[in-house]
Design a protein around this ligand. Structure first.
Ligand SMILES: [Zn+2]
Length: 166
């Protein structure tokens, strides 16, 4: 049995009570969080419940075209007014360079590929957060009234540290 089969079984059990049925699609606390897919990050680390916020995740917590698309939908269609970007210590994307990642995969597969164009590997985490925030703050479709703040999550201490001047 694959893990997906186990998940299907668990869903069968969940659907008997379907506790989240009454949630609305609009985040109750009008918050959108963009963060890494890392297992050590969760709504639990942020004191959030399922209904509170949109959680948008990708490798690194990067403002890619697609993350931006989700944030715009979140704001314009579903009324979020605060964006929180979180990168974290010990992120997989800090352990290799762009070239390393590309050649590692090419060596395994024996073939090159044009997409993805970037893995968004990075070395300096504070700088990376600043860069993501800058991409959001300078975007013409993100109104100035939307609060945009950037953070580093320390996977050892469990604490968030705000990146000022971001
Ligand atoms: Zn990560």
């Amino acid at each position: 049995m694959s893990v997906i089969d186990e998940v299907l079984k668990a869903n069968e059990v969940y659907s008997r009570t379907h506790e989240l049925r009454r949630l609305t699609p609009r985040p109750e606390r009008h918050l959108a969080v963009l963060t890494c897919m890392d297992t050590r990050l969760s709504i639990l680390t942020l004191g959030l419940k399922a209904a509170d916020a949109h959680i948008i995740r990708n490798a690194g917590g990067i403002v890619t075209d697609d993350a931006l698309r989700s944030l715009l939908v979140s704001h314009y269609l579903l009324d979020t007014t605060e964006f929180m970007v979180i990168n974290h210590t010990d992120c997989g994307l800090t352990h290799a360079t762009e070239e390393d990642l590309r050649s590692r995969i090419q060596n395994r597969t024996g073939t090159a590929a044009v997409a993805p164009a970037f893995f968004y590997a990075f070395q300096n985490i504070d700088e990376n957060v600043r860069h993501q925030i800058q991409k959001l703050r300078t975007h013409p479709w993100i109104p100035k009234e939307v609060i945009v703040r950037g953070f580093v999550y320390d996977v050892t201490s469990g604490r968030l540290r705000e990146i000022m001047g971001s």
